[in-house]
Design a protein around this ligand. Structure first.
Ligand code: APR
Ligand code: PHB
Length: 391
């Protein structure tokens, strides 16, 4: 075992939450270190959603890690909800004064990792067997193994940014603070270097189930369809998936669905989850370690970013002698989390076919979408949630 090192905030996990927190703390001159289980290539290749709220792009701009975001991000002034052949455009810029930015989470992660050395942010990749110690005492610490050597980091605080499966949440007793909903289907996604079939996203509720046409750039498309949880990727050769996408988007999109070699095909389950104890002694949770949203509405990364906006401010205030941010962190974060949970759940229920639903529920979905099509009030309510509620 090497001699213990000492830092201000020991951050577990180098996903978007941990990386943003690390950069914001370093920019304020606060000592911190990130310990990450995976290697850099693995972290940089994970494919996730790609719609950024202004709260998220503001953080990247504040850090000055925005050159590629500014050059390559697509400013989207609207998105579409659809059923049958009805396309309902939600003009988010006109309704809220704010667009969203299409820029992949993978790119955000790469930009944050690339900027780390020049900003003196230490990311320790391939840290195995991370264990949190004494989180409710005055001197918490983290141990892990790297290159066969056991290491220990003493810290003032531990930030649990280690996603849904990480050890941080498990270090907190789950007494009456866990809320969960699983959905009886998953999303089968494909990423391909082909031009998108529409200039803005289309979330479609079709007779065959939900489908989403999204993109990463003018030449890279991202599509998803709803599939039963029993399906496996092997059941979906690319041509079968393209046939299905063509069928679902032909009546809705402005251009045909173009086929091309798949860069990735995967199936992800959908889940809503909140763990309300986001502070336990000197341990603070942020991002997916504390909550999961279904991908409908693309709130996952944005919610991790807003947690970090609150938590970084709270740590910075602490080191200036003000405890109120840390004391209020959980309540502030949860108020926004629950609203994003509500919106993701609402959009999931509105746009998917649930196996237990019959013809009546289907009519309810169509009636609601027809109402959205006619009501500016409904469109505004959807738009202000989609672009992100204020911090
Ligand atoms: N030790 C160290 N690191 C760990 C451990 C562990 N035992 N377990 C998990 N991690 C790392 C993961 O490898 C990952 O890099 O923690 C990181 C968590 O990152 P994310 O899962 O991306 O979570 P978060 O940063 O909260 O970002 C939330 O990103 O993951 C998406 O869908 C999610 O969009 C949401 C957003
Ligand atoms: C994506 O582009 O991957 C994406 C977009 C919007 C969503 C989910 C995923 O709601």
């Amino acid at each position: 075992m090497t001699a213990p090192s000492k830092t201000g905030v020991a951050i577990i996990g180098a996903g978007p939450a941990g990386l943003l927190l690390g950069h914001l703390l370093r920019a304020a001159g606060i000592a911190c270190v990130i310990v990450e289980r995976q290697d850099r290539a693995y972290v940089e290749s994970r494919i996730r959603a790609g719609v950024l709220e202004r709260t998220t792009t503001d953080l990247l701009r504040r850090l000055g890690i925005d050159a590629r975001l500014n050059a390559e991000g697509l400013i989207e002034h609207g998105f579409n909800l659809a059923h049958d052949d009805l396309l309902i455009r939600i003009d988010v810029s006109a309704l809220t004064g704010q667009p969203v930015t299409v820029y992949g989470q993978t790119e955000v992660t790469r930009d944050l990792i690339a900027a780390a050395p020049e900003r003196d942010l230490d990311i320790m990749f391939e840290a195995k067997d991370v264990v949190l110690h004494d989180v409710t005492g005055d001197a918490p610490f983290v141990t892990f193994t790297r290159d066969g050597v056991t290491q220990r980091i003493d810290a003032d605080f531990i930030a649990g940014c280690d996603g849904f499966h990480g050890p941080s949440r498990k270090a907190i007793p789950a007494v009456a603070c866990e809320y969960e909903r699983e959905y009886p289907f998953g999303w089968l996604g494909i990423l391909a270097d082909v031009p998108p079939c529409h200039d803005e996203l289309i979330y479609a509720n079709t007779d065959a189930g939900f489908a989403l046409a999204s993109m990463r750039s003018a030449t890279r498309s991202r599509y998803y369809i709803q599939v039963p949880l029993t399906e496996r990727v092997e059941d979906w050769p690319a041509d079968r998936l393209w046939d299905e996408l063509e069928r679902r988007f032909a009546p809705l999109a402005s251009r045909p669905v173009v086929r091309g070699p798949a860069l990735e095909i995967s199936i992800a389950p959908l889940r809503s989850y909140v763990f309300e104890t986001m502070r336990h002694g000197r341990l603070f949770l942020a991002g997916d370690s504390a909550h999961i949203v279904p991908p409908t509405g693309a709130k996952g990364l944005n919610l991790a970013a807003s947690d970090i906006a609150y938590l970084s401010d709270a740590f910075i205030a602490h080191y200036r002698g003000d405890e109120s941010g840390l004391t209020g962190y959980q309540a502030r974060a949860l108020a926004r989390i629950w609203k994003a949970e509500r919106f993701s759940w609402y959009l999931t229920k509105l746009m998917h076919r649930f196996p237990e639903d019959g013809a009546f529920e289907r009519r309810m979905q169509i009636a609601e979408l027809d109402y959205v099509a006619q009501s500016q009030a409904m469109q505004t309510a959807i738009a202000e949630n989609y672009v992100g509620l204020p911090l």
